[in-house]
Design a protein around this ligand. Structure first.
Ligand code: 2HG
Ligand code: ZN
Length: 446
């Protein structure tokens, strides 16, 4: 029996997409930079179906690219060489929230936005947030250890995951969903799966740790005249605002791009750097925050004005995409070196890619900068390499929250030693000996 026939028998013909037009949305990534034709797209509707799909793929020697909402930005969720795309979007089950543990179980295909709404109804919050909330799914979020806007308070996805269920390349189901706070019985396999970018197993379900929902929330947009002033503000926020939830930044070029894209006038004065910060608490955090903000900060205390203000930061990705297909370098820099990094990076790019447009923004509190470079050919990677080398020289990381993917695998050795990469390969081959799962992602070729 052909693989197509076998999969159709397992999940039903409607969930095996062969027609190029139906496959197309699963074959190109969000940026339009990565992707190629898939052998086919298969959409199982349960964990058991995922297991039998993987067993069938293995029997046919077919390699598999797991895919959630396909909002990834590093080329890890779309085919490279005729793989099967395994879409998890039909796994949308959500259990009732358990208030005693503040946990909920969710299928890999539940969007972050759906989890947030579900949590809020029960008086909680998801403790994770980012602009692609209504498309990105929890399986992909766990597989990439996504970060986002509130990591400064709640950590990355790793901190939210109390357990998970995953299927290995041979169809074995691993399930650790008890959600026990204390459980030291053996290796922490769920922790290993988090951030493994689909290279070890396919995450089908997560047990999510919620956070308390705060009644009062206030945001501010702060124009500042130097990166040093932004660093100083960050220190003050951290010291004097215990309800601190987010500290983000963008620069004038980014603000202009966003305002042109949204067809609005900038709502703040010209500045060298803009910080967006938010505080949330049960008691009104206004005074706490106002205490550390300069007079010309724009404060937003109701939902509509907070959203207007956040739109300036969150629309960066969209505004950049409207201007072209960017090269994206999601990097992390130790905070004491962040100012130096931001200052040096435009010249480093200009030296190898004259005339390219560089937009810098990101998560100030996490030292996580999104370097976006426009007007570069897709396969010209001198700018990428120059930026990643600079990051490594400054003691940072080549992937802060988007993952290594296919695009940065060859540079992993800039920040991970040979012994560490060999240990990673040993783990990969122990769990996926036939290298069927997401080949070419994360690990450099052996
Ligand atoms: C964000 O922080 C996302 O907005 C996307 O991580 C970053 O588009 C990017 O480079
Ligand atoms: Zn980000």
């Amino acid at each position: 029996m052909s693989l197509t026939d076998a999969l159709q028998a397992l999940v039903g013909p409607a969930h095996v997409l062969i027609d190029p037009e139906l496959r197309a949305p699963y074959e190109t990534d969000w940026t339009g930079r990565f992707g190629s034709p898939a052998a086919l797209v298969v959409r199982p509707g349960s964990t058991e179906e995922v297991a039998s799909v993987l067993a069938a793929c293995r029997a046919h020697g077919a390699r598999v690219v797991p895919q959630g909402g396909n909002t990834g930005l590093v080329g890890a969720s779309v085919p490279r060489a005729g793989e099967v795309v395994l879409s998890l979007t039909r796994l949308t089950g959500l259990s009732p929230v358990d208030p005693a543990t503040a946990q909920v179980e969710a299928g890999a295909g539940v969007t972050l936005g759906a989890l947030q709404a579900h949590a809020r109804e029960a008086g909680f919050d998801a403790g994770l947030d980012f602009a692609a909330r209504d498309t990105a799914t929890l399986g992909g979020i766990a597989a990439t250890n996504a970060g986002g806007l509130v990591a400064v308070r709640h950590g990355t996805a790793r901190a939210r995951i109390a357990g998970l269920e995953a299927v290995l390349g041979d169809g074995t189901i691993l399930r650790r969903l008890s959600g026990l706070l204390k459980d030291n019985a053996g290796y922490d396999l769920p922790a290993l799966l988090v951030g493994s970018e689909g290279t070890l197993g396919v995450i089908t379900r997560v047990r999510w740790r919620l956070v308390a929902r705060h009644r009062a929330r206030i945001a501010a947009l702060v124009p500042l005249d130097s990166i040093d002033a932004a660093a100083e503000l960050l220190g003050a926020l951290r010291t004097r605002v215990p309800s601190l939830e987010a500290v983000e930044f963008f620069l004038p070029e980014g603000l202009k791009l966003v305002c042109d894209h949204l067809r609005i006038d900038p709502p703040v004065r010209d500045a060298a750097v803009y910080v967006v910060t938010e505080a949330a608490s049960n008691a009104d955090p206004t005074e706490e925050l106002a205490d550390v903000l300069p007079d010309d900060a724009l404060v937003a205390d109701d939902t509509a004005s907070r959203e207007r203000l956040w739109r300036l930061r969150e629309s960066h990705t969209e505004a950049i995409a409207a201007a072209g297909i960017p090269h994206k370098m999601d990097v992390g820099v130790p905070l004491p070196r962040l100012g130096e990094f931001l200052q040096r990076v435009p010249a480093v790019i200009e030296a190898v890619a004259p005339g390219a447009r560089t937009i810098l923004f990101g998560h100030l509190g996490d030292g996580n900068v999104h370097v976006n470079v426009l007007d570069l050919p897709s396969d010209e990677d001198a700018a990428d390499e120059a930026v990643l080398r600079l990051v490594a020289d400054l003691g940072g990381t080549i992937s802060a929250e988007h993952g290594v993917g296919t695009v940065k695998a060859r540079w992993l050795s800039l920040v991970r030693g040979q012994d560490e990469i060999a240990a990673m390969w040993a783990i990969k081959l122990a769990l996926d000996p036939e290298e069927l799962l997401n080949p070419g992602v994360m690990l450099p070729a052996r």
